[in-house]
Design a protein around this ligand. Structure first.
Ligand code: HEC
Ligand code: HEC
Ligand code: HEC
Ligand code: HEC
Ligand code: HEC
Length: 235
């Protein structure tokens, strides 16, 4: 499959110049439809190892901020998955002692954390969101700094007992926002407050008053508009 990349990648400039883009994208799109894994799609929800990890409990009920675990999301391209030491900080023997003593279910469901930590092994979380290799590393830090909430791209993660893909992550999905980002921008300090963001964006879409900042003002404050040129996202 890798042999195909150089070939059609070379087509990019020519294709753009000839304006034959639509036809080629169609053909390539057809290729990708059949060649890429079907599981990276809206609704994709792989079974996670051990007792799993519930965002509904940790980010929802316990109110933990996303950045407690996804520590790099504001600073780097990737939003890291926390290692087992982060989990063990709360789930080690001797912590949450009442819960471990009184709830056999809790003890059993969190045992995989203590086992992995003791044997110095990583938990093999299954990846849910992924853009194809011919797309540049997706820049989390830039989006978060601009005021694009996790909500806009990942949905109400704080209500998910098991993470699933809420948005298509397709090229037209990226571009729809890049062409009209004012519908999605929120003040930067709210990006991880998914409940507030959902309410605010719904109010904005309905043209209701009460917004703390208008999307247009937030867009004007950006250092540059989101890119639409091929090279911004493709090699
Ligand atoms: C206590 C730690 C913790 C907190 C807090 C947390 N997460 Fe996570 N997150 C994880 C772990 C562990 C995984 C990998 C397991 C999984 O996918 O369920 C994960 C997975 C994810 C994924 C899917 C990654 C993939 O494979 O594509 C997204 C998206 C995500 N988190 C977003 C959020 C958002 C948004 C918040 C805040 C509302 C948040 N997380 C809060 C630990 C955390
Ligand atoms: C800040 C403390 C804290 C951290 C960090 C933390 N947890 Fe928890 N976790 C809890 C508490 C408290 C509960 C019990 C919540 C309840 O039952 O209401 C819990 C419950 C659980 C459960 C049982 C869920 C169920 O359905 O009964 C699992 C599994 C779990 N955590 C996995 C993890 C994993 C994996 C990580 C690391 C990515 C993690 N936790 C990090 C505090 C934490
Ligand atoms: C503009 C859309 C967008 C925003 C905003 C966004 N993400 Fe993502 N996220 C993505 C895409 C696209 C991927 C897949 C990236 C890839 O394949 O390289 C992803 C992947 C992830 C992953 C999986 C990383 C891995 O290595 O397994 C986590 C965790 C995550 N995002 C958490 C967050 C959190 C937390 C926030 C908010 C603070 C957030 N994201 C905001 C689009 C977004
Ligand atoms: C909900 C809105 C939204 C979605 C969805 C979105 N973006 Fe963006 N993106 C933005 C905004 C806003 C900026 C401008 C940030 C700035 O210049 O401060 C941006 C900027 C960028 C940049 C420029 C980074 C830089 O260094 O200047 C790249 C590359 C990018 N996005 C890629 C993507 C890709 C790939 C996807 C789809 C997988 C995507 N975006 C989806 C809103 C979005
Ligand atoms: C904002 C980011 C972004 C920009 C700008 C962008 N693309 Fe894409 N492109 C993507 C993403 C993400 C995918 C992967 C979509 C998927 O997996 O369905 C993609 C996929 C493709 C594909 C594969 C076929 C398909 O639709 O799945 C082709 C061909 C392509 N892009 C060409 C272009 C060309 C030519 C341009 C310039 C006119 C361009 N792209 C601009 C993000 C972008």
């Amino acid at each position: 499959m890798s042999a195909i990349f150089p070939k059609w990648m070379n087509l990019f400039p020519t294709v753009a110049a000839l304006g034959g883009l639509a036809a080629t994208a169609g053909a390539v799109g057809g290729f990708w439809y059949y060649a890429t894994p079907k599981f990276w799609n809206v609704g994709y929800m792989p079974k996670q190892p051990g007792g799993g990890f519930s965002h509904q409990i940790h980010a929802g009920k316990l109110g933990m901020d996303c950045r407690y675990c996804h520590t790099k999301v504001e600073k780097s391209y990737e939003a890291n998955i926390p290692n087992v030491a982060t989990c063990n900080g709360c789930h080690a023997d001797g912590r949450l002692a009442d819960l471990l003593a009184t709830s056999a279910t809790h003890k059993e469901r969190t045992e995989f954390i203590r086992t992995a930590y003791a044997s110095d092994e990583a938990i093999q979380w299954r990846r849910v969101h992924k853009v194809p290799d011919y797309v540049h590393n997706f820049p989390h830090h830039v989006h978060v700094a601009a005021g694009v909430s996790c909500f806009s791209c990942h949905g109400r993660i704080d209500q998910m007992p098991v993470v699933y893909q809420a948005q298509p992550l397709s090229m037209s999905w990226c571009l729809d926002c890049h062409r009209a980002p004012e519908t999605s921008l929120v003040p930067r300090d709210l990006v991880t407050r998914l409940d507030l963001v959902e309410g605010q964006l719904a109010a904005r879409a309905a043209g209701m008053p009460g917004e703390v900042a208008s999307g247009r003002q937030l867009l004007d404050a950006l250092r540059e508009a989101p890119p639409q040129n091929c090279g911004a996202c493709h090699y």
